[in-house]
Write a protein that binds this ligand. Structure first.
Ligand SMILES: *Cc1c(COP(=O)(O)O)cnc(C)c1O
Length: 794
């Protein structure tokens, strides 16, 4: 391999500024500096990337492929700098040119190619795979527009298109030579044993590669994103006839497929374009995987020993039938053998038990778009029924194709994402399939990467930890338990408390500058940031806030613990109830923040446009983490882990990974409230459960009443009758039934926060005992229990 000596970062920045971007330092704009620094860092990542690729080929190691419709990666420059340990060098290099490091970092657009937790998990996994040195590729779609930008007008959410490629993007390498044709529609022919699909329409998938570097640059893997292109991009005949729109039409049509991310993370809308996107990603990824396998190994019967393909939710579930189609129709391997090879190669992660979020497709649409695949699915279903005569549920009932069941049958392992969620899978959606295949479901509790979610986003805390126990924790997070003895040292605990306080001051200053929102950093920073959804119950939080406000007004001279309620999160554009909750929070904030009687004790802020960058700002400054979903509904959560790690105790229900967080940090360092998943199911059976809860709690009744009478919407008193009516009626997510216990937990928080040292202890125990929630631990679990893959660094 070519050996070049590494120039200093300063020289490298200057070279790129000059020769890659054609600017001298006098005329460079901020974006030029950001690009030059990115290229300088990228050069070093590329070195690690080539080394990893060569080692993977030479050792013939098994490769992992992570297929996901979403990768919520956020900004990449700081991630690269931190992982290559170039922070100090980058700061001083930029200082030489009188540029501020943070200004340069902040110039990078936030790549929001995902909706929320599922996409962020995929991004954390890629980073952990590289840190561990497991040969892997992520496969996804290079959406031109990621998740919409959110702003508020009159308190209401307004969506604008996200243009992350509007500025120059430093991290991707276009691969014009890596293209595959992806077909849709058409018909199927039979010639004896040979079946052939003849698509009516074809688009080309073109690869764009982003290197993903791990800790200390020891390894780098690839995120390969597909972009849609026309096969014959320009219709010259039409152009020559003067029909310029028609001339460009094929290109426009093909590009539509990778144009936008579907902005909904909880309801599957069954739209044709979405199914096209799913097959586009999966078809291109499988062709690419098989091309690489063929070059290196050849014998397709060995596929499961060299390739592990993970399906992130059911979105790429078409991988099962597609792999069978290639093995059987194109390579002539018998059907049942093809099915076994495919199943031994594939595994599937379930992310939700919400019925409205379980993917299914109408057979008419599915058969029209993928006529051969629907035949194969029927054959899979028959084969599965034959092998399991006691089976009662088909994946092809009610003129639907059920993607969850298809994924289960075509995977050798199916995993849930927290202990509770995995157990519930066995007794709810997958009960019958679990009984037929009792070894198939396994648990892999989610995690977050400590490089982004502690080292990079919270440098003060990271510094204190490293000073105390050394830097081993960065890729061995359970070492944080070595902090426990320090917690008993009052001087150390003071420093821990000061880190949080400094982070809060920094956030307060930013909120003042960026949003004109001024807040006292001595308040409790009580934070609920996540997608808006009824099951996540932001409305429970605002109801308690309103009740608390009324209570303070009753007795404004009492010794209240000052509190800032911070919210952030986007609602799916068509989810009107969630949008009403946003507006209610904003309306309530306007009234309550302006109340001179209470506003030294209680303030509310809803920060717009929640994304990874905003999360990185808020998490280090949080005192309290709100994880208040209806028990049994949140599969895992990962926001909960970021907060615990950064020293914010949780007020939460026994849901998702909250259960395991509480087990790890200790019940005394967690504010538990609410019904268990089992009690939730029982409570739903109780007639008029909401009315009963309201009758039993005058605070709840009064909070609902002031909303209903228009206290926060005087110009339109009935504005929130949809919300109050829902809560007083069906209240499916049991906001009313959990209210009183939530109130109690919040008053315990008030009392606990008065003892600043006691609070710091609790926070520090959260940090010291959250090491298990590293995505490194999660990935090692997948490697061992699901992929049978090895690290090339161990
Ligand atoms: C971590 C994260 C999420 C997931 O948050 P939950 O509270 O687990 O739903 C969603 N969006 C962003 C931007 C995140 O960083």
């Amino acid at each position: 391999m070519l050996q070049l000596s590494t120039p200093s970062l300063r020289d490298s920045i200057l070279r790129h500024l000059t020769y890659s971007f054609g600017k001298d330092p006098e005329h460079a704009i901020l974006e030029d500096w950001r690009m030059a620094l990115s290229y300088a860092v990228r050069d070093r990542i590329v070195d690690a990337w080539f080394k990893a690729t060569h080692q993977t080929y030479e050792t013939g190691a098994k490769r992992v492929y992570y297929l996901s419709m979403e990768f919520l990666i956020g900004r990449l420059l700081e991630d690269g700098i931190v992982n290559l340990e170039l922070v100090e060098e980058a700061k001083s290099a930029l200082a030489e040119f009188s540029k501020d490091y943070n200004d340069v970092l902040a110039d990078e657009p936030d790549a929001a190619l995902g909706n929320g937790g599922l996409g962020r998990l995929a991004a954390c996994f890629l980073e952990s795979l590289s840190t561990i040195g497991c040969p892997a590729h992520g496969y996804g779609i290079r959406y031109e527009h990621g998740l919409f930008r959110q702003s508020f007008v009159g308190g209401r959410q307004v969506e604008q298109p996200e243009l992350w490629l509007g500025q120059r993007h430093a991290w991707e390498f276009e691969r014009p030579e890596v293209r595959y044709r992806i077909g849709f529609g058409g018909h199927v022919t039979n010639h004896g044993e040979t079946v052939r699909w003849h698509p009516a329409e074809e688009v080309e998938a073109e690869a764009f590669d982003t290197p993903v570097v791990g800790w200390k640059g020891r390894w780098a893997n690839t995120l390969r994103l597909w972009s849609g292109r026309a096969i014959h991009p320009f219709d010259l005949a039409a152009f020559n006839h003067g029909d310029y729109a028609a001339a460009a039409a094929p290109e426009a049509l093909a590009r539509t497929i990778s144009r936008v991310l579907y902005p909904d993370d909880t309801t599957e809308q069954g739209k044709e374009l979405r199914l096209k996107q799913e097959y586009f990603l999966t078809g291109a990824a499988l062709r690419d995987i098989l091309r690489r396998f063929n070059n290196q190994f050849g014998d397709l019967r060995k596929l499961p020993s060299k390739v592990a393909i993970q399906l992130n939710d059911t979105h790429p579930a078409i991988a099962g039938p597609e792999l069978i189609r290639i093995l059987h129709d194109e390579r002539g391997i018998p059907f049942d053998e093809s099915m076994d090879i495919a199943r031994n190669t594939l595994s599937y992660t379930n992310h939700t038990l919400l019925p409205e979020a379980l993917e299914s497709w109408g057979e008419a649409l599915f058969g029209r778009l993928l006529p051969r695949h629907i035949q194969i699915i029927d054959q899979i279903d028959n084969e599965h029924a034959n092998r399991n005569p006691s089976r009662t549920q088909s994946m092809r009932a009610d003129h639907q194709v059920k993607m969850g069941q298809l994924s289960f049958v075509m995977a050798h392992k199916v995993n849930g994402v927290s202990a509770l969620h995995t157990e519930l899978m066995k007794t709810t959606v997958f009960e019958e399939l679990h009984n037929l295949h009792p070894d198939r479901i396994v648990n892999q509790t989610n995690g977050v990467t400590p490089r982004r979610w502690l080292l990079a986003c919270n440098p003060r805390l990271a510094g204190l930890i490293t000073e105390s126990i050394g830097e081993v924790w960065v890729d061995d997070l359970e070492q944080l338990e070595k902090l426990e003895p320090y917690i008993e040292d009052a001087g150390w605990l003071d420093r821990y408390g000061k880190v949080k306080r400094d982070n809060k001051v920094e956030l307060s200053n930013w909120m003042g500058q960026a949003h004109g929102f001024h807040v006292d950093p001595d308040m409790i920073f009580d934070v609920q940031i996540k997608r808006l959804h009824e099951y996540k119950r932001q409305h429970l939080n605002i109801l308690e806030t309103i009740a608390h406000w009324l209570e303070i007004r009753d007795n404004p001279d009492a010794d209240w613990t000052p509190r800032l309620k911070l919210f952030a999160g986007k609602a799916a554009p068509g989810y009107f109830f969630a949008k009403d909750i946003i507006r209610l929070i904003n309306d309530a904030a306007a009234v309550i923040n302006a109340d001179p009687l209470t506003n030294k004790y209680l303030k509310i802020a809803f920060l717009p446009n929640y994304n990874v960058t905003l999360a990185e700002r808020l998490v280090p400054a949080a005192d309290l983490s709100e994880q208040i979903s209806t028990a049994g509904k949140e599969a895992s959560g990962t926001g909960n882990m970021k907060f615990a790690l950064n020293g914010a105790p949780t007020v939460g229900t026994l849901d998702g990974a909250n259960v395991e967080i509480r087990d790890h940090v200790g019940a005394e360092n967690f504010f538990l409230f609410g019904m268990t998943a089992e009690e939730v199911m029982e409570r739903r059976m109780v007639e008029s459960h909401a009315q009963k809860a309201i009758a039993a709690d005058p605070r709840l009744a009064r909070a609902l009443e002031v909303i209903r009478e228009g206290r926060f919407s005087p110009a339109e008193p009935e504005r929130y009758h949809n919300i109050t009516g829902n809560l007083e009626g069906a209240d499916y997510f049991l906001v009313c039934s959990d209210f009183s216990d939530y109130w109690r937990a919040q008053r315990e928080v008030d009392a606990a926060f008065k003892d600043q040292q006691g609070w710091a202890r609790m926070a520090a125990f959260n940090t010291a005992r959250s090491g298990w929630f590293s995505s490194d631990r999660t990935i090692r679990g997948y490697m061992k229990d699901i992929w049978d893959a090895k690290s090339l660094l161990d």
